[in-house]
Ligand binder design. Structure first.
Ligand SMILES: O=P(O)(O)OC[C@H]1O[C@H](OP(=O)(O)OP(=O)(O)O)[C@H](O)[C@@H]1O
Ligand SMILES: Nc1nc2[nH]cnc2c(=O)[nH]1
Length: 179
């Protein structure tokens, strides 16, 4: 599997270190607000990042997952669909959405609107990666792990045709893999 990788952009150690910093910052902010947020992971890409973050939280929080999709291969198809909704109610709750990457911004923009429509009091976003060069919707995550260049990345939850999510680092595939 690693033989398909052209270059590693972020090592496991770099990601773990950054997750520690993000978790401390998030914890500090929710303690100030004195709320019990629901931490909502967007399936499936956020799973490794979510696990790395929440094991470091010592404040009271609940967790849930939902699945939305707008990608086919490496292309955003623009239309954000909810494939699996979360189980907990978001009404009158503070929500922290955990995402693997903000790319065009369409997914998070739709997800944020959806939570606000359902009566969430506050919606924050934490994303492991941010690819600002690709943005078509004006949205920023509240907490970002790393800014990445305009390349299609895989690993640490991110897939290409559902593969490579289990790689413990973020990398770029060799061009022949897409052929
Ligand atoms: O900013 P955007 O252009 O909307 O792109 C970001 C979204 O694209 C990927 O989701 P995908 O639909 O591939 O689902 P996955 O998490 O199951 O891989 C990724 O996990 C983000 O949710
Ligand atoms: N795997 C993967 N999914 C994405 N979704 C939006 N951008 C990307 C990316 O660079 N890699």
């Amino acid at each position: 599997m690693s033989k398909d990788i052209e270059k590693v952009l972020l090592t496991e150690e770099q990601i773990e270190q950054r997750c520690k910093e993000l978790a401390a910052q998030i914890e500090h902010d929710y303690e100030q607000e004195n709320t019990v947020p629901i931490i909502v992971g967007l399936l499936r890409g956020s799973v490794p990042f979510m696990a790395e973050l929440i094991k470091r939280f010592t404040f009271p929080c609940e967790i849930d997952f939902m699945s939305v999709s707008s990608y086919d291969g490496t292309e955003s198809i623009g239309d954000v669909r909810i494939e699996k909704d979360m189980d907990l109610s978001s009404k009158d709750r503070a929500i922290l959405v955990v995402e693997d990457i903000v790319d065009t911004g369409r997914t998070l923009s739709e997800v944020r609107k959806m939570f606000l429509n359902k009566g969430a009091t506050n919606v924050k976003i934490v994303s492991l990666l941010d690819k600002p060069e690709r943005r078509v919707v004006d949205i920023e995550a509240d907490y970002v792990g790393f800014t990445v260049p305009n390349e299609f990345v895989v690993g640490y939850g991110l897939d290409y045709n559902q593969k490579y999510r289990n790689l413990p680092f973020i990398g770029v595939l060799k061009p022949e893999i897409y052929e």
